[in-house]
Design a protein. Structure first.
Length: 675
């Protein structure tokens, strides 16, 4: 007989002996169980009989026995090519004792849970004799009860950080192929030109951005070509935890960052872009410098560099946030005070980045950033994001986000629902296949703002314009401003068959001409400064001309447009220079030279005669044109003069303009000065 036949015969003999032993053990176990208890027990698993040959499998055997009890029949016995373990009856008895011991331990809690109807958490609390407040004998909750409308506000403002990255939206729109092509082009893109190339690649010794730190930023994914350097001293801390569950944070500057901020102010006063770029090269993650150089690149039509610098600024903010900020932001509970200059830089960076995202047509990402900006100060809304969020939601294919914001009770009381939201919510209902709500919402909007409906019909070339809204026009600059803001941005959203048909239907549904809508209740509570900030940052000269002159005069700084009345700086820039006389002679001489240039500029446009004859915007524009200047240049030089004068006063130099034939424009403080 061959060796193969011998092995086969031996194998069959071993299997036969194993089956006989298993049958004998099962018979003995059944007899012992019948004597011990009337209730039949589950049969032991075949794998348990294998002992060490199958490994230690007590837990697996218990699970298998439980499955058999539930199904009511044992699992089929497979044929196992292995030798049985020694003393299987002892192992089986040991397993039975273990199971019975576990059953005795769990019997009492299970019975108690069944009788009382409590779950495991309640049982644990009862066992510890602790109430939900942490005090015995009291029923007070751990945290104050949050009202339903506050919970709805948090839900409406909750941020999904995955939507903050434009690459995710690009992947959804165009697939992974587009991103793969972008990765293939990355080596070529790293050979940057313009301003971005001049401020990249200069790393600090001992500092590096690892691949993990580049990817795990909640705001912006870092880039390999960015400088390897620290944030320079930017941080974040908790200011307070409010009763409604929200948490107020603030960005903070350490001493090193404050010194860089002082150098930035000197660069602003010099009005020299080269000095600003040099400062950024040595401090690659200084926020104010990044924002200012980004604007310089934008003016030079270097949009790629401008966008890159904005992303780097947001990346620096993401590196510096508090450890709890991300979770609070996701829950809609993170707050920042707009009165602090350090926080306002974050607001400004987000606004400009939203504009960049809109140019790229990544509207879903722009919407999430707009909601983030809104969630930081929802009731104040210093940038009037309520005038823009609705269009981003509709373009970003997220009408439900618009409805959750517009229907929030807290925001409705704070905002009084502006005209654009009243009209856009109708489109949101229409896209969600809710025609009844769409009609009722639009009817209320047209009744309250007929001049906006008339302008919308005109822009959509609806002819003839429905009689109930025909001839309705805005009655003041604020109404005209709101009308232009919405119609110019949203007319293409209405320029569809469904949208136009709905608008015409609702406008014709009124039996008689509507009222003029002279004083809608929302316009009575509008904050002129917030609206002006929104318009100025939109950079539309036709809209800026509609703002009040007193508000426009307050716009003197591009890096901090229209600071609020309750401005709360955390530190004094003048104190950073130290005691008088310690500032370097080079900086002082540079400031004196800048002051001399400013004196010549103001004398070239005869500013003294202009002020004496009555300073109006019309006279100022005419005088600037005659002097070969412009309103923008005059604004920049006015800002520059204020900074230079303040810096000179810090070192004891009193600035005095004495007329065209004056020999000097600045004198040491304490000397005799004839004004």
């Amino acid at each position: 007989m061959s060796s193969r036949a011998l092995r086969r015969a031996q194998k069959e003999q071993e299997e036969k002996e194993l089956q006989e032993k298993l049958a004998k053990w099962e018979q003995e176990e059944e007899e012992s169980e019948e004597e011990a208890a009337p209730k039949p027990q589950a049969k032991p698993s075949l794998f348990a009989m294998l002992g060490d040959a199958g490994g230690d499998g007590d837990e697996d055997d218990e699970d298998e026995d439980e499955d058999e009890d539930e199904q009511g029949e044992p699992a089929p016995k497979p044929v196992v090519e292995s030798t049985p373990a020694s003393n299987p009856s002892k192992r089986s008895k040991k397993k039975k004792k273990k199971k019975s011991k576990n059953k005795s331990k769990t019997a009492t809690p299970q019975k108690h849970a069944t009788d009382s109807g409590l779950d495991e958490i309640d049982q644990a609390l009862l066992a510890l004799k602790v109430t939900s407040s942490g005090k015995k004998g009291t029923d007070e909750p751990l945290t104050p009860a949050i009202s339903e409308e506050t919970q709805r506000l948090f839900s409406a403002l909750s941020i999904d950080t995955t939507h903050l990255h434009a690459a995710n939206e690009m992947k959804k729109l165009f697939g992974r192929t587009a991103l793969q092509h972008a990765d293939d082009d990355e080596p070529r893109q790293r050979q940057q030109q313009g301003i971005a190339a001049r401020v990249n690649g200069r790393s600090q010794p001992g500092s590096r951005l690892t691949g993990l730190s580049l990817r795990r930023n909640i705001f912006i994914q870092g880039k390999e070509e960015w400088p390897r350097a620290t944030s320079g001293g930017l941080g974040m801390e908790i200011v307070s935890k409010n009763d409604d569950g929200s948490v107020e944070y603030r960005f903070v500057h350490n001493t090193s960052y404050q010194e860089t901020q002082r150098q930035f102010q000197v660069c602003v006063a010099s009005m020299d872009p080269e000095r600003m770029i040099q400062l950024l090269a040595t401090n690659p993650y200084h926020i104010s410098t990044l924002l200012q150089v980004s604007e310089i690149a934008k003016q030079q039509r270097d949009n790629a560099s401008a966008s890159d610098l904005l992303e780097r600024a947001l990346f620096a903010f993401g590196r510096s946030v508090h450890s709890t900020f991300s979770s609070a932001l996701s829950a809609g509970k993170a707050r920042l005070s707009f009165s602090r200059p350090e926080n306002r830089e974050f607001f400004l960076a987000i606004w400009r980045y939203i504009a960049t995202l809109c140019v790229r047509a990544t509207f879903r990402t722009a919407l999430e950033w707009a909601r983030l900006l809104l969630s930081l100060a929802p009731e104040d809304d210093p940038y009037c994001m309520r005038l823009l969020t609705d269009q981003l939601a509709l373009r970003g294919r997220s009408p439900e986000s618009l409805l959750s914001i517009a229907e929030s009770d807290v925001l409705e009381r704070s905002w009084k629902i502006p005209p654009n939201l009243a009209f856009s919510t109708s489109l949101a209902h229409l896209r969600l296949k809710e025609p009844v709500k769409a009609r009722s919402t639009l009817k209320n909007a047209v009744r309250e703002y007929p001049w906006l409906a008339a302008r919308l019909c005109k822009e959509l070339d609806i002819s003839p314009i429905p009689k109930p809204v025909w001839g309705k026009e805005p009655h003041n600059d604020y109404q005209e401003l709101l009308c232009r803001l919405y119609v110019l941005r949203a007319k293409d959203l209405w320029n569809t068959t469904e949208g136009t048909s709905l608008l015409v239907e609702i406008c014709y549904s009124f039996d008689e001409p509507l009222a003029d809508g002279l004083d809608p209740y929302w316009l009575a509570d509008i904050d002129a400064l917030d609206l002006a900030r929104h318009v100025i940052l939109s950079d539309d000269q036709s809209l800026i001309s509609l703002l009040d002159t007193s508000v426009k005069e307050r716009y003197t700084s591009v890096s901090d447009p229209l600071p609020p009345d309750d401005n709360q700086p955390s530190y004094d820039m003048a104190s950073l220079a130290g005691p008088r006389g310690q500032r370097s002679a080079v900086d002082r001489n540079q400031l004196l030279s800048d002051l001399e240039d400013l004196r010549r500029y103001f004398q070239s446009i005869d500013i003294e005669a202009l002020v004496g004859g009555g300073l109006t915007e019309e006279n100022l524009v005419r005088a600037l044109q005659e002097g070969g200047s412009s309103l923008d240049e005059f604004r920049r030089n006015s800002e520059r003069f204020q900074v230079v004068r303040a810096r000179l006063q810090d070192v004891g130099v009193q600035v005095v303009f004495q007329g065209e034939n004056a020999e000097g424009a600045a004198q040491e403080e304490g000397s005799d000065t004839d004004e």
